[in-house]
Each structure stands twice: as structure tokens, then as C-alpha cells.
Design a binder for this molecule. Structure first.
Ligand SMILES: Cc1cc2nc3c(=O)[nH]c(=O)nc-3n(C[C@H](O)[C@H](O)[C@H](O)COP(=O)(O)OP(=O)(O)OC[C@H]3O[C@@H](n4cnc5c(N)ncnc54)[C@H](O)[C@@H]3O)c2cc1C
Ligand code: SF4
Ligand code: SF4
Length: 470
């Protein structure tokens, strides 16, 4: 494969087979033949523009893509940055400090989805003069309302602008526009992103010395998966706000009377605002994976292994009861570790030393799905003679316990069916076309674990009875 053909190869493998996560990296090089478009399903996707397919370039496009053939994997990239200075864990990647806690100063925690560390780290990098700009996700019209749709990557320069970017936006975003700004505007930048987006930045930096010099800090988010824009629309529609009326959404409203994982969803249209506990909304079971990008089922990076620091939710019994949210924090770069240690000493952060095993436990379900069951999903795709990206885990014919294989098949079905049926619901202006199609599969999926538990229970009862009879 020559570099000249690499754009065609990327198109024929990752994009044609549905593994594009829409990160935007391949659209960043000057004269790139790719552009990022929103598809009918509400996902950003890369498209090879026919007018430019013969563009000559020194760029190897396959090596820019987090799912591209023969790109270095997360371990290989991370080793270059942290191999000498950090310890290593197979689930978390490299790590220096591992904490659980929250921000105590300002409104960071109040305005954040979890403990507020996401916005705080960016803010601290700006305030301490370590960067001039941050690249983060916020509402396109954040000056009017932080929850206004759409959300997208912005370049922010001031502390006020940065603080407009709190909250997890389970919504499609892409990097190409802001990275073009970075190339045109000298300065030192920090970027926050999902694990695959940070990997894309590392891959871009390997081929673009300007981006390598300017992007000095990568802040990662722990990631379960990314949703299409139809996820937001599906939640709002159940709150009686039709897709075309939806103006704003907040996926993570904290409820002071509930544990942190029982948050609510806020949505607004021209007539007003509504807040509903998210658990009451169909399709919000994160494990079932409705509206998930296909790429996410073939990604084995949960802890943003190539980022300088990663922030997530400490989903642990000892923290989840605190409604206001607690972060899990893993540091990898010395300068960020130092910022955190200093702020903790000054009482601006309240952090417990967590230990890497607890960090793993905090993402138990996500890690099992992404780092273990990925082998089975790869096997299923290969069994269909489909192209699959090369992953750190090999394809595997089986999965334990056995019912987990059925669960994986049903998750794949739920993923694909949610995309198709919601598009149909929008076309027919009938929400039940989505819920009616997905509900039976979801019920089947939900019964999988239960039926196993019931079988286990009755097996145990039979054994006990047999022993008692003896
Ligand atoms: C799609 C998605 C999936 C996630 N999955 C998990 C998970 O499975 N487990 C888990 O523990 N945590 C997950 N997180 C992270 C979690 O939701 C919180 O974002 C994280 O704990 C930081 O919260 P905070 O209060 O510290 O940050 P905040 O102060 O709320 O700041 C959040 C930061 O993230 C940025 N941001 C928001 N949305 C996006 C986006 N779509 N892409 C890039 N940057 C964004 C904002 O610009 C801001 O800088 C996910 C986040 C996203 C966006
Ligand atoms: S995942 Fe990113 S780099 Fe790969 S094809 Fe899609 S937009 Fe391009
Ligand atoms: S699951 Fe992986 S591919 Fe999907 S958004 Fe998260 S990091 Fe990217």
C-alpha cells in the first residue's frame, strides 16, 4: 500500500464497513479528500469526496484513523509517552496517581456531570499559564444557554468560556474544524476528548509537527460509548418534545434525593422545560447500547489510555450515594499530577487515594463489555467474512458465562435496530415505530442474565435438597 492510496484504503476498510466514529482526524490535513458529514442516523461520518480522490499527499490516512490498519495500538502509543514514568495495568493502561473525589472550589462540581474535575483541569491549565487555549465541547450558543443544541468542539481562551463547557454531552462531536484552527493559530493548547479522539490526536501529531508542538495536554474522559443525536431526540420525544422542536438537553441533572447514578434528563422546546428521571425513559439503559456507534463495539480503550489524565465517574458503592457526583481520576503526565497534588494540598480538591484495582472496579461492566467481550464480537464479524479492525484482543469463539454470547448478539441487534427504527419513527412521525420495534428485543435481552440467575438458583436449591436428603 502506498501513501497515495491510503485514503482509498481507509475508505474501503474503516468507513465502508461502518467503523468510522466520526472523530474528524482524516479531514484535518490540508487538501484532505475527506469531509465530515452528519448521516441520516445522526452520526458524524467521514466521506471521501469524489472530486478530490486523486489528491496527491504525503499523509498516510490509514495511520491517522483510530481504527485504521497498521496504526499503532493504544499500548504502543502510550508507552512512548508514559512507559518510563508510570506503572501499567492491563485495564487502565499506564498510571501515576489514581484518585476518587471532587472539586471543592467554585461551581465546578455543581456545573459538572460528576465531581467537576473535567472542567477544573482545563481551567487550571489555563489559570496556571500552562496553555493559552482549550479545545472542549459546549453548546454552539453557550452564551445564551449552556444546554442549547447542537454541542460541538470549541476553542476557548478565557476561564469564563472554559467554564461554559461543563457536563457530559452524549452527543456526536468531531474535531476537524477546531484542529484546523489549531494549525492556523499559534499557541499552546489542551484538548479534552473521548479515548478514540485522543488516540486520533496522537496519530495526527505523529504526522503533523505543528499539531505535535501546539497540543501540549490531552485530557481524556472514561468512555462507555458514543451516542448518535437520535439518542437525545428519543429521550426528549418521550418527554413530549418532538425531534424538530427540541432546542436543548442536559443528560446529567443531579437529583439531591437520589444516588449519583440516578440522574435526570432535562429537555426544552419553545413552550418550556421538562425534567424526567432518566431511568423512566426507554433506551437509557447504558448497557443495552441503543444509538451506539458501531465503532464503539470494536474499541478496547475505556480509560483513555493515550491521555495525560483521564476522568470518569467513580461508580463504586462508597461514592455513588453522594448525589453530587464523584470522579475517578487517573494521572499519567507529571505536570498534571503536580497540579492535582498542589490543589489537593490547598483544599481546592477533595481526593482519596483510590488504587488502581478500585479504579478498575469502578468501570467493571464497561471493561467486561469492551475488553473481554470484544473478542466474541470480532469473531462474529469475521464469521460473516467482514473486514474488522485489528485490536489488542484476538477474536474468540466463546464467552463465559455462556448466556453472555446471546447478550452480545442482542446488544448488536439493539444497536442496529435503534438506529433504523428511530429513523423510521421520524419519517412516520410516530415514536411507537421506534419503541414498538426495540422493546421486544430489549425485553429478551433483559431476561438473559435473569434466566441464568434463576437457573443457578434452582440448581443450587436442588443440590442443597440432595445434600439434606443424604
Ligand atoms: C460519550 C461519553 C461517554 C462516557 N462514558 C462514561 C462511562 O462509561 N463511565 C464513566 O465513568 N464516565 C463516562 N463518561 C465521562 C463522564 O460522563 C464525565 O464526563 C466525567 O466523569 C467528567 O465529569 P466531570 O464532572 O468531572 O466533568 P465536567 O466538569 O462535567 O466536564 C466535562 C468535560 O467533558 C467535555 N465533554 C463533554 N462531552 C464531551 C464529548 N462528547 N466529547 C468530548 N468531550 C466532552 C466538556 O467539554 C468538559 O470539558 C462519558 C462521557 C461521555 C461524553
Ligand atoms: S474514525 Fe476518524 S479518522 Fe477514521 S475514518 Fe472516521 S473520521 Fe476519519
Ligand atoms: S467507545 Fe471507543 S470508539 Fe466509542 S466513543 Fe468511546 S472511545 Fe470512541
Amino acid at each position: 500500500m502506498t501513501i497515495i492510496q491510503s485514503h482509498q484504503a481507509l475508505n474501503d476498510t474503516v468507513i465502508a464497513n461502518g467503523y468510522c466514529v466520526g472523530c474528524g482526524a482524516c479531514a484535518v490535513p490540508e487538501q484532505s479528500p475527506f469531509r465530515i458529514v452528519m448521516d441520516d442516523y445522526g452520526k458524524y461520518q467521514s466521506r471521501l469526496s469524489s472530486s478530490n480522490v486523486f489528491a496527491k499527499t504525503e499523509i498516510d490516512y490509514e495511520k491517522l484513523c483510530p481504527f485504521g490498519t497498521s496504526t499503532p495500538n493504544e499500548d504502543e502509543i502510550a508507552k512512548q509517552h508514559y512507559g518510563e514514568t508510570c506503572e501499567y495495568n492491563t485495564q487502565v493502561g499506564y498510571y501515576k496517581g489514581v484518585y476518587a473525589g471532587h472539586v471543592t472550589e467554585g461551581d465546578f462540581r455543581k456545573q459538572g456531570s460528576s465531581g467537576g474535575m473535567g472542567t477544573w483541569v482545563l481551567n487550571e491549565l489555563l489559570e496556571k499559564g500552562l496553555v493559552d487555549y482549550v479545545l472542549h465541547v459546549k453548546s454552539e450558543t453557550a452564551d445564551q444557554d449552556l444546554n442549547n443544541l447542537p454541542f460541538r468542539y470549541h476553542v476557548s481562551k478565557t476561564l469564563d468560556e472554559t467554564q461554559q463547557g461543563g457536563k457530559s454531552r452524549y452527543y456526536p462531536i468531531e474535531l476537524s474544524e477546531v484542529l484546523k484552527t489549531v494549525r492556523n493559530q499559534p499557541g499552546r493548547y489542551a484538548v479534552v476528548g473521548l479515548p478514540c479522539f485522543i488516540k486520533s490526536i496522537r496519530l495526527l501529531q505523529a504526522q503533523d509537527s505543528v499539531l505535535a508542538g501546539r497540543i501540549q495536554y490531552c485530557v481524556g474522559l472514561v468512555c462507555g460509548h458514543l451516542k448518535s443525536s437520535h439518542y437525545a431526540e428519543s429521550l426528549a420525544w418521550q418527554m413530549s418534545i418532538a425531534p424538530q422542536e427540541l432546542q436543548g438537553i442536559d443528560f446529567r441533572i443531579k437529583d439531591p434525593s437520589e444516588p449519583a447514578n440516578r440522574y435526570s434528563t432535562y429537555a426544552k422546546d419553545t413552550f418550556g422545560e421538562k425534567i424526567v428521571p432518566t431511568k423512566q425513559l426507554f433506551g437509557a439503559d447504558w448497557g443495552a447500547g441503543a444509538f451506539k456507534y458501531k465503532a464503539c463495539d470494536f474499541c478496547d480503550d475505556v480509560f483513555a489510555e493515550t491521555a495525560d489524565v483521564v476522568l470518569g465517574d467513580a461508580w463504586l458503592p462508597e461514592y455513588v450515594q453522594d448525589s453530587y457526583g464523584t470522579n475517578v481520576v487517573v494521572t499519567r503526565k507529571g505536570a498534571i499530577q503536580q497540579l492535582i497534588v498542589n490543589a489537593r494540598r490547598e483544599g481546592r480538591l477533595e481526593l482519596d487515594e483510590l488504587g488502581v484495582e478500585k479504579a478498575v472496579q469502578s468501570q467493571d461492566a464497561g471493561l467486561r463489555h469492551r475488553k473481554v467481550a470484544i473478542g466474541y464480537r470480532l469473531h462474529c464479524e469475521k464469521a460473516d467474512n467482514s473486514w474488522v479492525p485489528t485490536k489488542r484482543t484476538s477474536p474468540s469463539k466463546s464467552l463465559n458465562p455462556r448466556y453472555e454470547m446471546k447478550r452480545q448478539q442482542l446488544r448488536t441487534e439493539l444497536r442496529d435496530l435503534s438506529h433504523r427504527s428511530f429513523l423510521n419513527a421520524k419519517h412516520t412521525n410516530d415514536l411507537s415505530a421506534y419503541i414498538g420495534a426495540v422493546q421486544p428485543v430489549y425485553s429478551h435481552y433483559s431476561r438473559q442474565g435473569h434466566s441464568f440467575l434463576r437457573r443457578l438458583l434452582s440448581f443450587t436449591k436442588r443440590k442443597i435438597k440432595a445434600v439434606v436428603r443424604l
